[in-house]
Design a protein around this ligand. Structure first.
Ligand code: ACO
Length: 332
């Protein structure tokens, strides 16, 4: 089992090794600037902060933060504007986007940031402290797109409980996944677990364990389990299974004797977004667990979303997680 302390150490070490340039479009938000200055100061990432140069410098000075190690880029005056507008037009012309529309959209910091990542001027992006999930994710879906062999972008939280770290997916993106999408969520969450140093043992959650219950929702999870095993044959995947049978050794061995997952699951795949989003928040609020994410999985290059209520620690963790994902891409 990976402890939260060991996980935090590994997160920083993996991020440092990645040497990632992470673009932060919300450069006039104090939480973003504080996190960026802290990470640059420790040499963990190279932050590219977007915003009007004087405004960003003014906020840094007011906060008493050093500007060393921060690259400040103003989308309104950047010499990259033409290159990025052309890249956006190439990516979206088939959907009817004109050159003029592309040139206008690139002035928007979120689009500018996504395009820096798309064109390789940055390795990843973190945004969402002042924008909705949809506003942050949609440009990434439209321009960066999915990795080869992946059709569905989904998300996972790295749940740092007092004594262990678990992966929960999908708690942020797909409201009502089909069995095929649920299988992709399972395979993607297993890959995310590996990228962050966890050994994946995947539980496909339901209100039924094994053959104990029936119903359409259970059958969907059963179908998804078969598809997930085909997608990730080297990963132990069990389903349908209830949360207690997945997490508790005594209950798991009683309900599904011999299962390598029952009682030992590290990756929990929820049947739909109502369940996943509610459960991660319930665990976070009632146990004091630190939830890192949502980390998007399946994108060609990493883009991650913050919640508008995020703290500086949340921003720091999300930037580190993005750097780790960027490093993984470089290794591949
Ligand atoms: N995987 C891959 N591609 C996708 C996905 C996906 N999951 N979803 C949409 N796309 C593609 C579409 O095919 C489309 O591609 P195209 O334009 O090239 O044809 C493009 O992305 C944009 O599609 P839209 O239909 O405009 O996007 P949509 O309106 O479906 O928005 C979004 C996608 C924003 C992720 C949506 O699914 C959503 O709002 N999900 C819920 C988000 C949410 O509210 N989460 C809870 C809060 S988060 C939290 O609590 C931490």
């Amino acid at each position: 089992q990976l402890t939260p302390e060991r996980f935090a150490f590994q997160l920083a070490a993996r991020a440092r090794r990645a040497h990632a340039r992470i673009v932060l479009p919300e450069g006039e938000d104090d939480r973003i600037l504080t996190a960026a200055a802290h990470l640059a100061g420790r040499g963990l990432v190279h932050p590219i902060v977007l915003g009007e140069r004087d405004a960003v410098a003014g906020r840094l000075a007011a906060l008493g933060l050093p500007a060393d190690g921060l690259e400040i880029v103003d989308p309104a005056t950047s010499p990259l504007h033409e290159e990025l507008a052309a890249a956006l037009h190439r990516a979206r012309a088939h959907k009817g986007m004109t050159e003029a529309q592309a040139a206008e959209l690139v002035r928007d910091p979120t689009w500018f940031g996504v395009l820096l990542v798309h064109t390789g001027h940055a390795d990843g992006m973190v945004s969402g402290a002042a924008h909705t999930t949809a506003d942050t994710i949609r440009p990434a879906l439209q321009v960066i797109g999915t990795r080869d062999g992946v059709r569905t972008v989904s998300s996972a939280f790295l749940m740092c409980l007092p004594d262990r770290v678990l992966v929960y997916g999908d708690c942020a993106v797909i409201p009502q996944p089909t069995p095929a999408q649920l299988a992709e969520i399972a395979a993607g969450s297993a890959a995310t677990a590996r990228a962050f140093g966890l050994d994946p043992r995947v539980a496909m959650l339901s209100y039924s364990t094994g053959a104990s219950g029936s119903g359409q929702a259970v059958e969907q999870v059963r179908e998804a389990t078969g598809l997930a095993r085909a997608l990730a044959p080297d990963v132990p995947i069990e389903g349908p299974i209830q949360y207690d049978a997945a997490s508790n050794v005594r209950i798991g061995s009683g309900k599904l004797p011999g299962s390598p997952v029952a009682g030992h699951a590290t990756v929990y795949v929820f049947p739909d977004l109502n369940t996943g989003n509610t459960t991660y928040k319930a665990v976070q609020q009632s146990s004091g667990a630190v939830a890192i994410g949502p980390v998007l999985q399946g994108l060609r290059r990493p883009v991650n979303d913050l919640s508008r209520g995020c703290t500086v620690d949340d921003v720091v963790n999300t930037i580190l997680a993005t750097a780790v994902q960027a490093g993984e891409g470089k290794d591949a």
